[in-house]
Design a protein around this ligand. Structure first.
Ligand SMILES: NC(=O)c1ccc[n+]([C@@H]2O[C@H](COP(=O)([O-])OP(=O)(O)OC[C@H]3O[C@@H](n4cnc5c(N)ncnc54)[C@H](OP(=O)(O)O)[C@@H]3O)[C@@H](O)[C@H]2O)c1
Length: 282
């Protein structure tokens, strides 16, 4: 069972897991994770072996203004999914975020680093992690970052492609460092983690790190628009509701314990996404 099955990551998880078994992938409006009874009934009805909780309120700036909803979905909703998985005897993987960190560290964050969210989204996701572990101590929490892939409502890579092709002026921040990650690579790693029965917190991202500006430049190079100019700006000029960590790159320190190989470098994944056969709707 995959919650948030119509989301960007949910779609990739469906592709990977349906090659290996039967998948149920509910999303709004069919299953709202804030409705505890509905979630319990769903799990009781389908008896999944594995639940991957990918549903979330992911709009970081809206979360800042709608904090009650953010906690209702990201904390309470996660608790409901965890309790249902526990009652149904299913293994549980809950997806979380690099935004649980404040970004003051100068090197990539390991699983052992202390979270200290800067914004409501990060705080609600951290509260969700804790609700999951409280309910299901053997659950796996997968923190990931800067996702892009085919399908879903939008992502940074797709926005850059669209802006460049339409000839719009581009301004991109160069003071945020992170770990760009292809949804398909993450979904494969989550599958390996389930097979190897991982428990506790895992960071799972493509290797290497980048600023938003680096990522935008790499996108333009790969789609043959390397000459298109991009203005580099500081984050404060965007005047967004939510603060972002200056550094939220993740180090995948624990995957090796399970014998899961590190994910490939983000540039290689991006190249396949933008120029490979399965470029989808880029
Ligand atoms: N995107 C990133 O860069 C990123 C980075 C780090 C971590 N993550 C985490 O990765 C996971 C997947 O993210 P994503 O990028 O795939 O996000 P997404 O595309 O927004 O997918 C999330 C899905 O959850 C659904 N949802 C929202 N509220 C729900 C509710 N109350 N009940 C059931 N479903 C609900 C959304 O539906 P609607 O679209 O209708 O709201 C959407 O289909 C999330 O846990 C997110 O926090 C994402």
């Amino acid at each position: 069972m995959i919650t948030g099955g119509e989301g960007q990551l949910g779609l990739a998880l469906r592709r990977v897991f349906s090659r290996r078994g039967e998948v149920r992938a509910p999303d709004l409006p069919g299953l709202d994770v804030t409705r505890r009874d509905d979630v319990m009934r769903y799990v009781d009805r389908f008896h999944p072996d594995v639940v991957i909780h990918a549903a979330a309120f992911t709009d970081v700036d809206r979360c800042e203004k709608e904090s009650e909803t953010a906690f209702r979905v990201n904390e309470e909703g996660s608790r409901h999914v965890a309790e249902a998985a526990r009652e149904g005897g299913a293994r549980l993987v809950a997806v979380s975020t690099d935004f649980v960190f404040d970004g003051r560290k100068k090197t990539p964050y390991a699983e052992s680093d202390r979270p200290a969210p800067l914004n409501v989204y990060g705080a609600s996701k951290l509260a969700g992690e804790r609700a999951v572990i409280e309910s299901v101590p053997g659950a796996a929490i997968v923190r990931t970052a800067w996702l892009y892939g085919p399908g879903g409502t939008g992502n940074f890579v797709r926005s850059i492609v669209a802006a460049a092709r339409s000839g719009r002026e581009m301004r991109v921040v160069d003071d945020q460092v992170g770990s760009p990650t292809l949804t398909g690579d993450l979904a494969e790693a989550i599958h390996s983690l389930v097979e190897r029965r991982g428990e506790g917190v895992y960071h799972v991202v493509n290797a290497g790190e980048a600023t938003r500006y680096d990522l935008a430049r790499a996108v333009l190079d790969l789609i043959g628009l390397a000459d298109v100019p991009i203005e580099r700006i500081d984050s404060f000029r965007l005047d967004l509701a939510a603060a972002r960590p200056a550094n939220s790159a993740l180090a995948c320190s624990r995957l090796a314990e399970l014998g899961v190989p590190p994910l490939r470098h983000w540039r290689e994944a991006l190249e396949e996404h933008l120029t490979g056969e399965e470029t989808g709707d880029v």
